[in-house]
Design a protein around this ligand. Structure first.
Ligand SMILES: [Zn+2]
Ligand SMILES: [Zn+2]
Length: 341
């Protein structure tokens, strides 16, 4: 039996649709029929910029919801027909980090759709532990947003240690930033969004951010004053831009925490004034990908109706329209683009 995949052949080349023989799940693996596969900002950046570790050809796509088609020997937790989402970080399972549930820090981690074939295909093969069961009442399109669309910002909120009542400054209101607003509400925190795109600021207001500001023309300190007269408790940066990060840090209160979220292809250096850092006791952390336990927690919240994902969906496309789908992400106000069969 053959199935369709979309292959990445290197930077500057369009992705190409091909047919190839369906793989069989090996020991401890499951073959999943893809029911929805989101295109992430990361995928668009992989295609535009490339990533040193990527082999070619490769099937991209790491936001996957599907149904188990076949299980390999030794698989006990899943059976054919189960609905699943794919946790896209595959840890080695043996190292210090994997043993502690920190597989995103595993030195040998492999990303579904980054190192091994991902979800821009009709089927995907993953280790049993990476297929997380979800209710079949959830729409696959919405469920596909859980692993990265929610998982990446949730990791950042966990890294920041956000508590109820705190004011969280969120830089860039794309899917991650908007999901961060919803997660702040769930945690009882107040979200203030900064962006330089009017349409994305409108999305932030629709997501009921306390305020949505363009930092080039509006006074952020003044806007924060009613709830955070000393500055924001937390800064979450989704831009990866050194200028945005440095400016964002100036709006943090003493003892505040900043989290810089990993975004594919980001580079540059951050210049820090050592006395300022000392006297303010600010902390700056990174956030990288997401963890299995976090994806399971998010799936439970979505199933309980505590998080709504439909406002994050922008476009539905078919697998053969993948290049057009990636081009949609060139528009600053495009929300989630999902491939459906
Ligand atoms: Zn992603
Ligand atoms: Zn490991």
């Amino acid at each position: 039996m053959a199935y369709d995949v979309v292959l990445f052949h290197g930077v500057g080349h369009p992705l190409s649709l091909q047919s190839r023989p369906l793989p069989q799940p090996g020991e401890g693996e499951v073959l999943v029929r893809v029911l929805a596969s989101g295109i992430c900002d990361t995928d668009a950046r992989f295609v535009r910029l490339g990533i040193p570790w990527m082999r070619e050809p490769l099937v991209l796509g790491h936001q996957i919801a599907g149904m188990v088609e076949k299980v390999g020997s030794g698989v006990t937790s899943l059976k054919k027909g189960d609905h699943v989402i794919i946790h896209f970080v595959i840890g080695c399972g043996r190292c210090l980090f994997c043993q502690r549930g920190e597989e995103n820090l595993c030195p040998e981690w492999k990303g579904v759709g980054a190192h091994v074939d991902g979800g821009f295909a009709q089927y995907v093969l993953v280790p049993e532990k990476n297929a997380i069961p979800i209710s079949d009442t959830l729409s696959p399109e919405e469920a596909s947003l859980i692993p990265c669309g929610l998982g990446t910002p949730y990791r950042a909120l966990v890294q920041a240690g956000v508590r109820a009542g705190e004011v969280v400054l969120i830089q860039r209101a794309w899917v991650w930033g908007l999901a961060a607003v919803s997660l702040c509400h769930l945690m009882g925190a107040r979200a203030v969004v900064l962006d330089d795109d009017a349409e994305r600021l409108r999305y932030a207001r629709e997501h009921k951010a306390e305020a949505a500001l363009d930092p080039r023309s509006e006074d952020v300190r003044e806007a924060l004053a009613p709830w955070a007269p000393f500055g924001a408790d937390v800064l979450l940066d989704f831009t990866g831009d050194p200028e945005w990060i440095a400016r964002g840090l100036t709006w943090l209160r003493r003892g505040g925490r900043a989290v810089i979220v990993g975004r594919a292809g980001c580079a540059g250096e951050l210049k820090l004034d050592i006395p300022t850092l000392m006297f303010t006791e600010a902390s700056i952390r990174g956030a990288w990908l997401t963890r299995q336990a976090e994806v399971r927690q998010l799936a439970a919240w979505v199933e309980e109706g505590r998080l709504t994902l439909s406002p994050l969906l922008g476009h539905r496309i078919r697998l053969e329209e993948i290049n057009e789908g990636i081009a949609l992400l060139d528009h600053p106000d495009t929300l989630g683009v999902v491939i459906v069969p």
